[in-house]
Every structure is written in structure tokens, then in C-alpha cells.
Write a protein that binds this ligand. Structure first.
Ligand SMILES: Cc1ncc(COP(=O)(O)O)c(C=O)c1O
Length: 348
């Protein structure tokens, strides 16, 4: 940080942005990483690069943070909701396939919603609270329908399935480095991809569409000022250096919650076999809405900041009319799910 300030390059250009992007590539195994001003901006541009256009539908899950649906909406597209899986809390591949079989058809121009006559442009699963969704199964469904998969990996830095890092399964993935995430840049985000052409486009679109030149300012299209400032990238580099110990700390907290849950008959949601979670937020499932509310009241009275899941996206005014499949699991989880305090405790 001090070095970054000493260089005076604290703003939109500087060496720390390149270094941060290289560190993200090394961590995730992605071919390319493009740092952005926040995770929402990363998702917005990732969806644009996946080909999402006005009036398209983008399939996502109702149990997510509003940024997923906002990014879809920025492109003039609309979310379409399919249910989540009760084990992973992420998009259910079974629900996705069932919804597509009922509503979608392949046409020369792409996959379309039959009755709405709208193109289905992409699928955006989210790794809820750092738990890996069944991304391999989702990828298989997307491939069979020729749909682009863009991973909202905002909450999943450090999470893996079969050793492969979150965000690197789809054509594009997006991370957030907001202050509440496992590492922070103050604010920040990142797009990852293995596709060199998409990576170049992502850099161009997030940096005002300026053609590189020592002194000329020439912008060849309308683009975004979504670049991550150098000072935020410097903070991100320092944070990434600590990621291994941060993940170990989070894992220890999750194990303690899991043991406590087992001893007291509480249903802790663990990582699925074959996956590793960063346990960004630890999750309990209570037996009923009344039990959840009693738990929340008691915990908060004791100064323990337990909280319910986000309000489901299909219930928010902006998305209430969006197409949706049946959502029994999301509705059930919304009533019984509690996130427990999960901050790094500084155990070593
Ligand atoms: C699932 C999800 N998507 C997207 C975002 C957006 O990230 P940001 O807050 O950095 O814009 C977040 C986090 O805030 C998130 O939790």
C-alpha cells in the first residue's frame, strides 16, 4: 500500500493492477483475469461478452444477492428463475433441465422461450455463501442446450470442485472483492476466462474503450470506466498473500460450527463431497420459520449477528414479473436458513 502511494500511481493505471490480475490467474488457474471496480461491474461485462442482449432471458437462481439480477437488467435482459438444490444451495441442474424441457426450444438463432418468444442467452448459477453448486452437472445441461454459462463466483474465492477453482468452469466467471468478502480490495471485482479474445474485449470494455497510445485519447466505442484503481489492487495483492491462512481460519470456524451443530441437533450445511468451500458465510437450516425467527431473536439479543437469507429475487419489485419455474426448495430455504457470523478470527 505504502509503495503504491509512494509511486503516486494510486488511480486508474499502475503496476499493482497487473500484479493483482496475475495473482488471480495463479490462484484460480484461469488463463486471464481482468480486475474491475466491483463484482457487479465484472458480472455486467461478463454477461455482455457472453452475448446477452436487450430483451433476452438469462436463467439464474432466486437465492442470490441482488447484484446478479441487476447485472442482467443493466443489459436490458430479464432474469428467469429456476430452483436451487437443497444440498448445495446453488442452482439445481435438475430444475434447470426441467424448466428448459418445458419452456425452451432450439432455433437457428439460438435457444428460445417458446411462449414468450424471447431468446435465452445465458445461465448464471451462483456459488451460495462459498459452497460450490453442482457446476459440472449445470455445465452438461448448458452444453446440451448450447447455452453460455457465466459463473457468479462473487462469494467463492478459494472454493473448488474436484480441485478446480470456482469461476473457471463457465465461459466467464466473476468475483467480488467487496469489504465483506474473503479478501477485499476495499471494493473490487474481477472477470476470469480462458478465452484470449474475450479477455481482450473485457479489458477494453472495462477501460473506457481507449486504444492504447502514449498520448492520444481515442475511444473506439461506448464503454465503461470499470477499472480497478491501482491503490485498491495494491490492497488486493496484500490480501491475496494471506489467502491461505484466511481460508484455514474460515475452515476452522466452519468445523467448530459443524461439531457444535452435530452435538446440539442443528443442521449445518457442509461442502458437498469432492468440493472445498471457502465457508464465506456458514449456514444453518432450522426446522421451521418459527424456529428460525426464535433463533434469530435469541442470537441477536446475545450480540451474535445471525441473519436470514436474502429476500428471494422473484419477490423483489424489479423482478416479480420475471419468468420462473416452481421454486419449492428456494421458498423452503428462505424460511429456514440462517447465516452465522463467519468473520476471520485470527486464529494463528
Ligand atoms: C452473489 C453476488 N453477486 C454479485 C455481487 C456483487 O459484488 P460487488 O458488491 O463487489 O459489486 C455480490 C457481492 O456483493 C454477491 O454476493
Amino acid at each position: 500500500m505504502c509503495d503504491c502511494i509512494d509511486t503516486t500511481f494510486v488511480s486508474s493505471v499502475g503496476a499493482y493492477v497487473d500484479r493483482f490480475e496475475a495473482m488471480i490467474c495463479e490462484l484460480t488457474g484461469a488463463g486471464y483475469a481482468i480486475a474491475t471496480v466491483n463484482g457487479t461491474a465484472a458480472l455486467h461485462v461478463a454477461l455482455r461478452l457472453a452475448g446477452v442482449q436487450p430483451d433476452d432471458l438469462v436463467v439464474t437462481q432466486p437465492l442470490t444477492f441482488v447484484a446478479t439480477c441487476n447485472a442482467i437488467s443493466y443489459l436490458g435482459a430479464s432474469p428467469a428463475f429456476v430452483d436451487v438444490d437443497s444440498q448445495t444451495l446453488g442452482m439445481s441442474a435438475v430444475a434447470l433441465e426441467a424448466w428448459l424441457l418445458e419452456h425452451a426450444e432450439r432455433r437457428v438463432q439460438g435457444t428460445f422461450h417458446k411462449s414468450l418468444n424471447r431468446r435465452i442467452a445465458a445461465v448464471v448459477p451462483m456459488h451460495s455463501f462459498g459452497l460450490m453448486c453442482d457446476i459440472e452437472a449445470l455445465l452438461r445441461v448448458c452444453d446440451s442446450w448450447q447455452l453460455q454459462l457465466v459463473e457468479d463466483a462473487a462469494e467463492a474465492l478459494g472454493s473448488r470442485s474436484q480441485g478446480r477453482h470456482a469461476g473457471t468452469f463457465g465461459q466467464l466467471g466473476a468475483f467480488s472483492f467487496n469489504g465483506n468478502k474473503i479478501i477485499t480490495c476495499g471494493g473490487g471485482g474481477c472477470i476470469v476466462t480462458d478465452d484470449e479474445v474475450l479477455a481482450r474485449r473485457a479489458k477494453h470494455l472495462t477501460t473506457t474503450g481507449k486504444l492504447p497510445h502514449a498520448w492520444h485519447f481515442y475511444h473506439d466505442e461506448v464503454a465503461f470506466n470499470y477499472r480497478m484503481p491501482n491503490i485498491n489492487a495494491a490492497l488486493g495483492c496484500a490480501q491475496l498473500e494471506q489467502l491461505t491462512s484466511l481460508l484455514a481460519d474460515k475452515q476452522a470456524t466452519a468445523s467448530a460450527y459443524q461439531s457444535f451443530g452435530m452435538a446440539h441437533g442443528l443442521n449445518f450445511v457442509p461442502a458437498r463431497p469432492g468440493t472445498e468451500s471457502n465457508y464465506w458465510l456458514n449456514t444453518l437450516l432450522l426446522d421451521s420459520l418459527s424456529e428460525r425467527d426464535a433463533f434469530l431473536h435469541y442470537a441477536n439479543q446475545q450480540g451474535v449477528q445471525a441473519r436470514p437469507a436474502w429476500r428471494l429475487m422473484n419477490e423483489l419489485p424489479a423482478f416479480i414479473t420475471a419468468p420462473s419455474g416452481p421454486l419449492p426448495v428456494a421458498n423452503d430455504l428462505a424460511q429456514r436458513l440462517v447465516n452465522l457470523p463467519s468473520g476471520v478470527r485470527g486464529l494463528d
